[in-house]
Design a protein around this ligand. Structure first.
Ligand code: PLP
Length: 374
C-alpha cells in the first residue's frame, strides 16, 4: 500500500476517455523511450500537431518546429560544411543578415550578398553555392524575388543547392514556396501565425524526408525546440489565421490609399500581388516620412495612440516601428547604407481595429508632426 504523498504524485486523469474537443497541453518532458515522442526535446504531441497543420497549409510533407524564427534560420547553418558558399538577398531581416555575416566569419563561409529581385543578380549566383536564402516580399522594401525563376536557374547549374525562402511575411495562406521549386520554407511563427504578440516560434518546412530528418537532429542536439505551451497557442492561433488575414488584406488596401494622399508621406512601399506567386498580401507596409528632421519619427510615433511601438508586428493590434532602430538595429551604419536603409523609413503593421479609427489616429499624429516641424 502506498502513502498519500506517493498516490498524489502518481495521480493522473485519463485523457483518453474525456472526448476532449481541444488537444490538452502536454506540459510534459518525459515519454516512454519506445513512444514516438521519447522526450520533449525530441517530440511532443502539441509540437507534432502544429507541425502537421503547418505542413498541410504549405502543401508540404514535413515541418519541424523551433523555439523562434531565428532558431529555425540558425538550423540551416548546421546543414552546411565549413567554407561553403552562401548567397543571401541583401534586403532581409536585420538579425538574419547579421547571423549570416557573423557565421560566415566564424565558419569561413563565403557569403555573397545580391539583389535577388533583379534577374541579372540571380545570374550572378555562383555555381557551387550550397544555400540561397531570401525573403519575398523582402523586409523592409517589400520587393519580389521570383521563386520559380530563381529555382529553375539555380537548380540547372547545381541541383544540390538548397533554396530557402523565409515565408514569414507572405504567410502560408498566400505563398507556397515549395510548389515553386524552393527546398525549404522558413517561418517566424512569432508574427502572423501567432498574431497576438504573445508567443515565439519558428518552422522549417520541406518536402524531402532527409532534410526533415536533418532538421530534427539539429533540433534534438541543439535543443532549440518549441515548447508545448507555445505549440498549443500557435495551433489555436492558426484556426483564425485566414479570418485575421482577410481583415489585414482589406485594411492594408484602404490604409495604403489613405497614406498615399498624405503630404508628409513621400513614398509608400507595397509588394506586387501577382496572384500566381503571391496570392494576396496584408497588413504591413512601409513609407518614407517627408519631414526628415532629427526626431521626426519619434514625434510621429509618440503622437500615435493606437499603434504600439513594441518590437513586433503582424498582430491583432496595430504597431509602428522604424527599421533603422528596430528590425535592422543589429546592422552597423555601413551595412544599413548598403541596404539603402535610412531614418525616414517607417513601418506600420495594421491590426484588426476599424480603419476609421486608424485613419483618425494617423491624421492627428501627422497634424502633431506638422506643428512640431522646425
Ligand atoms: N524572419 C523574418 C522575416 C522576421 O521578420 C523575423 C523577426 O522579425 C524573423 C525571421 C525572426 O523570427 P523570431 O523573432 O521569431 O526569431
Amino acid at each position: 500500500m502506498t502513502g498519500s504523498i506517493t498516490r498524489a504524485l502518481h495521480h493522473r486523469i485519463n485523457t483518453a476517455s474525456t472526448g476532449t474537443v481541444v488537444t490538452p497541453i502536454y506540459q510534459n518532458s518525459a515519454f516512454p523511450a519506445d513512444s514516438p515522442y521519447f522526450y520533449t526535446r525530441k517530440n511532443n504531441p502539441n509540437i507534432s500537431e502544429i507541425e502537421t497543420v503547418m505542413a498541410q497549409l504549405e502543401e508540404a510533407e514535413h515541418c519541424v518546429a523551433f523555439s523562434t524564427g531565428m532558431a529555425a534560420i540558425n538550423s540551416l547553418l548546421n546543414l552546411l560544411q565549413p567554407s561553403a558558399t552562401i548567397v543571401v538577398n541583401r534586403d532581409i531581416y536585420g538579425c538574419s543578415l547579421k547571423l549570416f555575416i557573423r557565421e560566415a566569419k566564424r565558419m569561413k563561409f563565403s557569403l555573397v550578398q545580391l539583389d535577388l529581385s533583379d534577374l541579372k543578380d540571380i545570374d550572378q549566383i555562383p555555381k557551387e553555392t550550397a544555400l540561397v536564402f531570401f525573403e519575398t516580399p523582402t523586409n523592409p522594401f517589400l520587393k519580389t524575388v521570383n521563386i520559380k525563376t530563381l529555382a529553375d536557374r539555380v537548380k540547372k547549374a547545381c541541383k544540390d543547392t538548397l533554396i530557402v525562402v523565409d515565408n514569414t511575411w507572405a504567410t502560408p495562406l498566400f505563398q507556397h514556396p515549395l510548389t515553386l521549386g524552393a527546398d525549404i520554407s522558413i517561418h517566424s511563427a512569432t508574427k502572423y501565425i501567432s498574431g497576438h504578440s504573445d508567443v515565439m516560434g519558428g518552422f522549417a518546412i520541406c518536402k524531402s524526408p532527409d532534410l526533415a530528418e536533418a532538421f530534427r537532429e539539429v533540433r534534438f542536439y541543439g535543443g532549440a525546440v518549441m515548447d508545448p505551451n507555445s505549440a498549443w497557442l500557435l495551433r489555436r492561433s492558426v484556426q483564425t489565421l485566414h479570418i485575421r488575414m482577410r481583415c489585414h488584406v482589406a485594411t492594408l488596401k484602404e490604409m495604403a490609399e489613405f497614406l498615399i494622399q498624405e503630404p508628409l508621406v513621400s513614398k509608400v512601399y507595397l509588394p506586387v500581388v501577382d496572384g500566381k506567386q503571391l496570392k494576396d498580401y496584408g497588413g504591413i507596409l512601409f513609407f518614407d516620412l517627408e519631414p526628415d528632421f532629427s526626431g521626426a519619427y519619434e514625434k510621429f510615433r509618440d503622437a500615435l495612440q493606437l499603434f504600439s511601438s513594441g518590437t513586433g508586428m503582424a498582430a491583432v493590434t496595430s504597431m509602428v516601428a522604424q527599421p533603422y532602430t528596430g528590425s535592422h538595429a543589429s546592422l552597423d551604419d555601413e551595412e544599413k547604407a548598403q541596404m539603402g536603409l535610412g531614418h525616414q523609413l517607417i513601418r506600420l503593421s495594421f491590426g484588426l481595429e476599424p480603419t476609421a479609427d486608424l485613419k483618425a489616429d494617423i491624421t492627428q499624429a501627422f497634424q502633431h508632426l506638422k506643428a512640431q516641424q522646425p
